[in-house]
Each structure stands twice: as structure tokens, then as C-alpha cells.
Ligand binder design. Structure first.
Ligand code: ZN
Ligand code: FE
Length: 260
């Protein structure tokens, strides 16, 4: 059986550790220390590192972990991260022999130009699992630092096409503030207001709101609900075009969130 453990770091990051009680791989270690501590505490050997994109809060700890464990580092060849030594791209499968799992690479440009997500299909080992970095958050999505709204909307649609029961593991605990925005955009969405209450209780006692899942996100995440008439209407009244296509609606909602 595969287990997934959160390693909280910085203000609101999670590095995700995938392990079988012997070997582990880690996604987006922005800092080495909490990873080293967790590996030591759980008595695990680090056998690989996955990188979603080049931001420091996702890569900062790689060099130190690599020196200690001599393990391979997977990521995009286009991101110019010196520590990456196994390049991968959309459609590739990464074979993690030590854990007997194969991880599918999905390219999801938008937050950054070469952002990758990692999908672990269900098996005897685990549920369907997605590590989506700063692309899809619970009740939100990443900011558009390098890509266009059109690219990000396409990337989110790719993730929406994954099975509904896919557990999603984003890199940040932004759920509560995202839900406040979601409630502002869709005040009549009862799922959003109920889930907002639930997550604020969880966060009060320090429990992560993650993982989420695709089915839940389709009901609460305004960025996956671009086709909803209520959201289209808000975009129309805030945007400058009279007739908008879906990616223009997405762009407008993303801008509203940036200013919220
Ligand atoms: Zn980022
Ligand atoms: Fe980040």
C-alpha cells in the first residue's frame, strides 16, 4: 500500500511524500530540512524527487536532498533547473521501481510556462491521485505568472477530465481564502457555503484541508465552473466584451480573484 503524507513548510506550502513504509519520493521540496526530518522520523529512504515547476518554494531543497540520497530528480527539460536529471513531458510515464508505481506526466501550462502535474492511476496500491503543484488548488487555481488565461483554462479542463474520484494534492493550503472568494462569486452555491464552514473548523484545529477530489472541486471551485450561467453572468458584468467565450470568462474571474 502507498501512503501519502503532508510535510507542511513555509507559511502555507505542502511537500507531498509518497511512500510504502520503506521507500519514499517527494513532490516539490522547497526546503530540505522538514523533508529530512520526516524521512528520519518515519524511517524512510528517499528514492526520487518530482518537480512541478521552477519556483523556489518548490525547488529550494532539491540540491541538499540529492546530495544526501543520490536520488533521481524528475521535471521539465524546459525549466532550466540545474538539479533535474530526468527530463519528462506530457504523456510520459515515470517508473518508480522501488514503490512499484508508474506516474503519468501531464503538462499544465498557465501558472508557469512549463508547469507539470503528476497523476498516479489507481491500482491495488492507491486511489487515483494527482499532484498538481500551483495549477489547481482546492476552490481555486494558480496565478498566471507566465502563461495565458487560455492556456490555464485548457490545463484545468485536462485535469477536470481525470476520473471524478481522483484525490488531488495541491502545493498550498489556500482553501479557506479561495472559498471566501468562491462564496463571493457564487453566493447561492450551498456546497460552497457548507464547505467553507467545514474547512474553517478544520483549519481552526490545524488539520489540512487537503487532499480534495475532482468531484468536489467541480462543485465548489469557481475556476472549474466557468460554464455555469451564474459565473458567466458575473464575468459579463465585469468584463469589457459583450459576448465572451469560456476562456475570456475564465480570464475575467481570474482577474477578479487577483484584485479580491
Ligand atoms: Zn509557483
Ligand atoms: Fe508555490
Amino acid at each position: 500500500m502507498i501512503a501519502i503524507t503532508s510535510i507542511p513548510a513555509f507559511n502555507d506550502n505542502y511537500f507531498w511524500l509518497i511512500h510504502d513504509n520503506n521507500n519514499a519520493i517527494v513532490v516539490d521540496p522547497g526546503l530540505a530540512e522538514p523533508v529530512l526530518y520526516t524521512l528520519d522520523h518515519l524511517n524512510l529512504e528517499l528514492t526520487g524527487i518530482l518537480v512541478t515547476h521552477h519556483h523556489a518554494d518548490h525547488c529550494g531543497g532539491i540540491a541538499e536532498l540529492k546530495t544526501k540520497y543520490q536520488c533521481p530528480v524528475w521535471g521539465s527539460s524546459k525549466d532550466n533547473i540545474a538539479t533535474i536529471d530526468r527530463f519528462c513531458d506530457d504523456g510520459d510515464f515515470i517508473d518508480i521501481e522501488e514503490l512499484s508505481i508508474k506516474i503519468q506526466v501531464i503538462s499544465v501550462p498557465g501558472h508557469t510556462r512549463n508547469h507539470l502535474a503528476y497523476f498516479l492511476p489507481n491500482s491495488q496500491q492507491s486511489n487515483n491521485v494527482l499532484f498538481c503543484g500551483d495549477t489547481l488548488f482546492s476552490a481555486g487555481c494558480g496565478r498566471l505568472f507566465e502563461g495565458t488565461a487560455e492556456q490555464m483554462w485548457k490545463s484545468l479542463q485536462k485535469l477536470m477530465d481525470l476520473p471524478d474520484d481522483t484525490h488531488i494534492y495541491p502545493a498550498h493550503e489556500y482553501t479557506l481564502s479561495n472559498l471566501e472568494f468562491a462564496a463571493h462569486i457564487e453566493p447561492d452555491n450551498k456546497m460552497v457555503s457548507d464547505y467553507l464552514q467545514h474547512v474553517s473548523l478544520l483549519r481552526k484545529i490545524g488539520i489540512p484541508s487537503l487532499p480534495s477530489n475532482i468531484n468536489l472541486e467541480k462543485q465548489i471551485n469557481p475556476f472549474l465552473r466557468i460554464k455555469e450561467p451564474a459565473i458567466q453572468k458575473i464575468a459579463q458584468s465585469n468584463g469589457n466584451a459583450t459576448k465572451m467565450n469560456d476562456s475570456q470568462v475564465f480570464a475575467t474571474i481570474r482577474e477578479l480573484k487577483d484584485r479580491y
